[in-house]
Design a protein around this ligand. Sequence first.
Ligand SMILES: Nc1ncnc2c1ncn2[C@@H]1O[C@H](COP(=O)(O)OP(=O)(O)OP(=O)(O)O)[C@@H](O)[C@H]1O
Ligand SMILES: [Mg+2]
Length: 376
Amino acid sequence: MTTLAFEAVGKRFGGTVAVDTVDLSVPSGSFFTLLGPSGCGKTTLLRMAAGFVLPDAGRVRVGGIDITRVPPHRRGLGFVFQSYALFPTKTVYENIGFALALRGDARARIASRVTALCRLVGLHGLEDRYPHELSGGQQQRVALARALAPEPPVLLLDEPLSALDAEIRARLREEIRRIVEELGITALYVTHDQEEALSISDSIAVMRDGRVLQAGSPSEIYLHPRHAFVARFVGTANTIDCHILGADRVQCGDRRLPVRPNGHAGLAGPTILTWRPEHGSLRPGSVDPAALPGRLVGASFLGPVVRLRLALASGETVLAERTARDWFAAPLEPGAELSLAIDPDFATVLPADEQSRTERCLDFPPPGRRSSGSAP
Ligand SMILES: Nc1ncnc2c1ncn2[C@@H]1O[C@H](COP(=O)(O)OP(=O)(O)OP(=O)(O)O)[C@@H](O)[C@H]1O
Ligand SMILES: [Mg+2]
């Protein structure tokens, strides 16, 4: 098992800073995910680990050894691309065994390794097929088996599932996780799909503009975001303006809420309060002084829960939730006056960023889409 580390790694392409001074340690045997929007530098960082891109600054280490200038084929790392990049004129067997044949392994050893890998990734019986005779999911399994064939200590995966449909993607991501765990290797996985990142990772690094904004376990990232962008990008987050009143109080509109600003108590600039829709509880009426007053303006049925849209007295709009069971037992009328009490253990005060004011919540339904203003 092997740790992969980036130390102050940077890369520019002309005037574009693709990766900006990234320090990151991927612990041995862990499943580590780089998550972020398009163009934030995920692929560039991964390709620097693989050796396909040379950093302008910093070092890459595997197992403590500096590999920054070691050519890709001498790093011994596995790489799975977004496009499967299989050899079209070779069979499944030949594709998977390619690197082993190249390095001169004996035929018998290649045969036993390819057979074992085909079983591991679910390709048993398809060894003689060519890539064009396989589905997208099967081709990606070949790519995975091919990367695993030389027994790399570290596997790098760049959006390996993005070309597949949702159902196969969900199944294959669980399988990739299982295989990586079974083999005890270190995996660095790139995705811009936050649900995928939350579901399979030991750790996630959220990136934006070439930087890592926050790295931590999925629950840390989701429950305790340290940056407004992280709160918005991972899951659904409410954000409203707030003023810090002291060590255990913030003011939002005309209400004082029992929220601890923690590390941000002395913050001078504009601040926001952020929380997840499932961490607010609704009560009828609007007199509770420790809750936010508002009116119900929309409800969307999401299966297990009903997502409610509230127009606060302050003019801001936020989301709350009720279980579908509670909702159907006592549905609320549009326009109903409500108080939203936020669970202080799951509310976070953060410095406002440039987007906080314009983009309050990522999953508000666009006008004319989804049900709005009426009970589902
Ligand atoms: N070879 C290149 N030449 C010039 N610019 C590049 C090159 N590779 C990447 N970039 C730029 O660097 C930035 C980071 O690109 P990168 O491919 O790492 O992003 P990403 O996070 O993987 O995005 P996506 O989710 O769309 O794959 C982008 O602005 C991109 O245009
Ligand atoms: Mg990419």
